[in-house]
Design a protein around this ligand. Sequence first.
Ligand code: FRU
Length: 535
Amino acid sequence: PPSTISNRTAFHFQAFKNWINDPNGPMYYNGVYHLFYQFNPKQPIWGNIIWAHSVSKDLINWKPLKPAIYPTGPFDINGCWSGSATILPGNKPAILYTGIDSDNRQVQNIAFPKNLSDPYLQDWVKPDYNPVISPDHGINSSAFRDPTTAWPGSDGRWRLVVGSRRDSQGMAILYSSEDFRTWRMEHNPLHVINGTGMWECPDFFPVSSKPFEGVDNSVHSNGLKHVFKVSLDVDRYEYYTIGTYDYARESYVPDGLSSDNNTGLRFDYGNFYASKTFYDGAKRRRILLGWSNESDSNQDDWAKGWAGIHTIPRALWLSKNGRQVVQWPVHEVKKLRHKHVAVYGKKLSPGDIFEIQGIQASQADVEVTFDASSSLENAEQFDPSWTNPQKLCSEKGEGTKGGVSFGLYVLATGDKRERTSVFFRIFKAKKRHVVLFCHDPTRSSFNSRLYKPIYGGFVDVEIQNHGKISLRSLIDHSVVESFAAGGKTCITSRVYPSFASGSNARLFAFNNGDGEVEISQLKAWEMRKPYINGI
Ligand code: FRU
């Protein structure tokens, strides 16, 4: 098959070349969005990690700057790993990050902008008193990293957490400080779960249940819900819970049964890791950024010369019922929408595959609402023991006919031999229907060296009365980012079509079920290419 070099993404955040991983220290400061990220300046594989730096006015176009944080002293000589920004009173940003010190211990360091009047904050200085937090009190020095944005406690002292583990117990160790310089470990961690292993990139923040709205980390108010998220090194997925932050006791109490494991909630049920949120004071929203790793081989990454992208920035808020968060691509992404096609009231009979023609579908934004109301009686019976949606998507993959099953083939060839399936399956449970959402890349490429996991998540919607379900997919050459039911369940996949690339990529809607399904409405836009880091 042809090489996959042309599978480079167009409107997703990426580096000009070489390796990138976690988003670091995102912030909005004096009219500019700053994004730092884990970067290997030398190779398209992980290593030599520093903080690269880009700035933006719209979260879509990104101007590259010189690296912001790189090894300079014994406290970070072996690497500058992930961390967060906090805007201190007096409008002064500070960065806390993990340094790998001269003894290969993980320590937490601080850095400040050299010149606050530089609108891009290009130079960062690290005071000599670094590190500010060391792995004392028996902390495992190789499992102690990724400090969060700090927030003020009710006593006026700053708080932050650092991800860690004690044996297999994952934990978010809590620190406090009066002056942001001298930090003391609090007796109790903010949160701990047995058996979860190392907690990377913890994130902890308050959420609003007003759609698209966010809350600053410093807000205290009664009844305010918080989200606690970790990236689990053991399975490379992220899990979050919603709960209450008890300011007086300095502890976080998840609602209901905590499930920071494979039955838990996820921001994204696909290839999405080391995410971080920040509060955008200009638009009063909370924005989530995540890293989507390549799922091709190292050999392919060396050939491409680049590896790693970030997902499209998403606004994040608490769902109306308070049971989960909802995410939606920032509205700015719409300005990339260009030529579009629309379909209304198209009925799909069992087995139908309908092509959406008229746009270049390798770089597109698709919004569709399906109506499965006339087909719900065909739904298969749901077995309550099916608690793992990813497994269910694999057992009932895209080729499985029958029941209620419909969706899109994206990045497909005209003969559909190459395709990535983005689809729903609806089941009948005792009182309601269960909606499963899947990404199946099994047939996405002829390249045999790829990792092609099937991903899945349940969608917490009631559809029995109207049978309608919406889907949005951002398609960008080697990434498909999907949002089911207005952003209740999100899945990101990396795929590398051998033939369905560039102008050869097609888009179809399909119905694999036993009854009729209607496309109530579908709009698909070609996307323009923004300027991203010189590309
Ligand atoms: C997560 C992570 C962090 C660490 C960084 C190193 O992907 O492993 O825990 O700080 O990446 O690049």
